[in-house]
Design a protein around this ligand. Structure first.
Ligand SMILES: *Cc1c(COP(=O)(O)O)cnc(C)c1O
Length: 392
């Protein structure tokens, strides 16, 4: 009766390759210590950097927004789904990011998919770092502009592309992640901005892992390098450090107005639900009040990274709370993650094709929500399993 038998065969293929998996089931809120499929584990795998996903102030704000506005926006923003709290959110985000204007999307993914195609056209060129996020890759695919790739954070290669191609195009857009999610390294943004200015190109930074993490009170990579006013499009997510859901682009007023008319997720997908908007506004207010959360995040990240380093683990070139522990062999990386889970630490293995062959790893995400005691317990598990497997 079903026509999807071909998918059954594909699933068999996944099983043969050993990459078939079921989704882990989280029983309760996303916190530093959680119950996963019935087992209590220390959570070193979430993007909930500041512990906001279950923060009492955000929850209260969400409930209040539901009481006043209901559970759904009821329409796309361009029809009648643009509530006053959506406007309020964009204003407070623009103030926080110190940029002229902000356009909010339903997710970071959506923001890349909608923005890149709207601000480029035939006759333009997009130049993208080879390690950019999947949503950028998809966003670029939706654009009618030509595409070029530069080697990861390689400024000579970026300049080579600009030299070779710049004069053949109208507008040129250089796109980079702010913080790269698999290694935790930071984009060479000052150099990228200088090259962009030299070759008259626009810049686009996807700061999903930089927002709420880098810069003063988590204002992001642009703030970290003090490049305000020199990056044309800064994308942030509201789903990671901010703890809720959504994405945004901080940009000029004119770009924001253009997205209002041509950003397809704005025109064709319902706006964020009131509960999410209320919670996000509260999160931004907290960040504007205090650096307590970002300080704690960095303190924990340094503590954890130092301990792993002392034990002899290779944490790669991470400059942020994203802490890869590089194992190398793919199967060994999976085994390492599995054994850590048996010891009560949940940290996901990341292997080819997500990272290059032979650079398999587990990726630890330290948050402000972890206690030192929890981090110590995690380090002990790393030591035990690392020695057992002959990694350290
Ligand atoms: C996570 C991520 C996104 C997607 O953000 P969501 O809000 O989860 O959709 C986009 N870009 C980068 C670089 C990311 O890491």
């Amino acid at each position: 009766m079903s026509n999807t038998g071909f998918l059954e065969k594909k699933i068999e293929g996944l099983k043969d390759e050993g990459v078939y998996r079921k989704l882990p089931i989280l029983e309760g809120a996303n916190e530093a210590e959680v119950v996963l499929n019935g087992q209590k584990v220390i959570n070193l795998s979430s993007n909930n950097y500041l512990g906001f996903a279950n923060h009492p102030r955000l929850k209260k704000a969400a409930i209040e927004a539901v009481e006043k506005y209901g559970v759904g926006a009821g329409a796309v923003r361009t029809i009648i789904g643009n509530m006053d709290i959506h406007e309020e959110l964009e204003e407070i985000l623009a103030e926080f990011k110190k940029e002229e204007a902000v356009m909010v999307f339903q997710s970071g993914f959506n923001c890349n998919a909608g923005t890149i195609q709207a601000v480029t056209e035939k006759g333009d060129l997009i130049i993208s770092d080879e390690l950019n996020h999947a949503s950028i890759i998809d966003g670029v695919k939706l654009s009618k502009a030509d595409k070029a790739i530069f080697k990861h954070s390689d400024m000579e290669d970026l300049e080579r592309v600009l030299k070779e191609k710049r004069e053949n195009y109208n507008n040129v857009l250089i796109i980079t992640d702010g913080v790269f999610s698999m290694d935790g390294d930071i984009a060479k943004l000052p150099e990228i901005v200088e090259l962009a200015e030299k070759y008259n190109a626009m810049t686009y930074v996807d700061d999903a892992h930089g927002s709420g993490v880098l810069g003063k009170s988590g204002r992001g990579t642009v703030d970290h390098f003090n490049l305000h006013g020199r990056v044309d499009f800064t994308i942030g997510t509201l789903s990671k450090a901010i703890g809720v859901i959504g994405g945004y682009v901080a940009t000029s007023k004119s770009a924001q107005e253009w997205l209002n008319h041509r950003g397809r997720p704005i025109l064709f997908s319902t706006s964020l639900p009131p509960a999410a908007v209320g919670a996000i506004i509260e999160a931004v207010k907290i960040l504007m009040e205090t650096e307590e959360y970002t300080d704690k995040l960095w303190d924990n990240a340094k503590y954890f990274k130092e301990k792993l380093g002392k034990l002899g683990f290779n944490t790669g070139k991470s400059e942020t709370p994203i802490t890869p522990v590089i194992i190398g062999n793919e199967a060994e990386s999976m085994e390492f993650s599995k054994k850590l889970k048996e010891e009560g630490v949940f940290v996901s293995a990341i292997v080819f094709p997500t990272v290059p062959k032979g650079t398999g790893r587990v990726r630890c995400m330290v948050t402000a929500g972890h206690t030192k005691e929890q981090l110590d317990r995690a380090v002990n598990a790393f030591e035990k399993v690392g020695k057992e497997m002959g990694i350290i």
